[in-house]
Write a protein of this length. Structure first.
Length: 233
């Protein structure tokens, strides 16, 4: 697709990426992108009310889309599920063409006023991975899977940003260790659930968690989740 045929927001993003290594995701970067593309300033502001912050979010979403393309075309059928997760995270980082843009984004989303945006972006990535790998959870596991992977993904990104090893081999080893840590936690949870005494102690919490449901895939104007009302027999 030619540059002129791209949607205006993508044109703004491509222009901004030329300046992000120097000025970060800043107002100056956004202004220069508007000038470079020739897009009317009013139109640009309507597409990105927060300027470069919205472009940074769009950049992250573009990376997620590229990751999903790789996941769709890759043959992961012979891999264990934990290795599929590792492959997805690796794909997500490998589609990044400019590490400095991610570094600058990490700095931006570390600011208190944009921390929620950063968390939303990471959650979106992990949600996309679980969905692509066929997760069908409808209970509290929907949340715990994404929360756990968000922690693994975030730690791996920070490690990757400072990794100077060939082909980022140190990062992939770090990722494998983090996933192994998660697997050990899952084994411990299974042991706890298998203990009659601990199972009785967890009766109350388990009852609460059993009523937590995953958010509906049908767009709704409510909170991202639901609570089922216990039956009154």
């Amino acid at each position: 697709m030619s540059e002129a045929a791209l949607p205006p927001k993508d044109r703004l993003l491509d222009a901004a990426l030329l300046n992000v290594p120097f000025d970060g995701w800043s107002p100056m970067t956004f202004e220069l992108a508007v000038q470079e593309t020739g897009i009317d300033a009013t139109v640009a502001k309507s597409l990105c009310p927060r300027g470069a912050v919205d472009l940074a979010m769009h950049y992250h979403a573009r990376g997620d889309a590229l990751m999903l393309e790789r996941l769709t075309s890759a043959d992961l059928s012979g891999l264990k599920f934990r290795d599929k997760i590792a492959a997805a995270v690796r794909f997500r980082l490998e589609v990044v063409s400019d590490k400095e843009a991610v570094r600058r984004g990490t700095t931006l989303f570390a600011l208190p006023q944009y921390a929620a945006d950063g968390a939303k972006a990471v959650w979106g990535t992990t949600d996309a991975i679980w969905d692509a790998l066929g997760d069908t959870s409808e209970d509290v596991n929907w949340y715990t899977k994404r929360a756990t992977l968000s922690a693994v993904y975030s730690a791996t990104v920070l490690y990757w940003l400072g990794d100077t090893s060939d082909d980022h081999t140190a990062t992939w080893e770090f990722l494998d260790r983090r996933i192994e840590n998660v697997m050990q936690i899952e084994k411990l949870k299974a042991q706890v659930n298998g203990s009659p005494l601990l199972s009785r102690l967890m009766t109350g919490p388990n009852w609460v968690m059993s009523h937590i449901k995953a958010p509906s895939r049908i767009p709704r104007m409510d909170l991202p989740g639901s609570w089922t009302r216990p039956r009154q027999d």
